[in-house]
Ligand binder design. Structure first.
Ligand code: DQA
Length: 137
């Protein structure tokens, strides 16, 4: 099974950014452990701070992967373009968030991508990604 994690803006700063909300672990360290835990899964990861690049990657992932784990980060709450890309592709998308977006500012309660996602996993720290991966297995 081929799964790709697509991370949006500022998630390259995990481990350095707002540690009280997002924790101390870098995504590289987390990903290494996740791959070790699920050796049979062919796991890829992509991160971009640029909306159009995330859209291009979703189009590509829609052709080559069995499942997509998407944390569009701030674009979740703003991007019709990313939502349309999720809608356009056939590969199922599971939306994840590290923090519980519903316990934060009102503008984080809206997700443009959630209606077109297979499901959403929110608020379990980096474990949200692992739960999303398990949902594909
Ligand atoms: C986030 C939540 C978003 O509101 C925020 O803009 C992020 C990260 C999360 O994983 O908790 O950058 O997607």
């Amino acid at each position: 099974m081929k799964i790709i994690i697509i991370n949006g803006p500022n998630l390259n700063l995990l481990g350095m950014r707002e540690n009280d909300i997002y924790g101390d672990e870098t995504f590289t360290d987390f990903l290494e452990k996740l791959q070790q835990k699920f050796p049979k899964v062919n796991l890829s990861c992509y991160q971009s701070n640029i909306e159009g690049e995330l859209i291009d990657k979703l189009h590509e992932a829609g052709k080559y992967f069995d499942g997509i784990i998407l944390n569009a980060a701030a674009y979740t709450h703003t991007s019709v373009g990313i939502a349309d890309a999720v809608r356009a592709i056939k590969t199922p998308v599971v939306e994840v968030h590290i923090s519980n977006t519903f316990s934060r500012e009102d503008f984080r309660h809206k997700s443009f991508t959630a209606p077109y996602s297979k499901g959403i996993i929110v608020g379990f720290g980096l474990q949200s990604y692992e739960l999303a991966l398990q949902s594909f297995l």
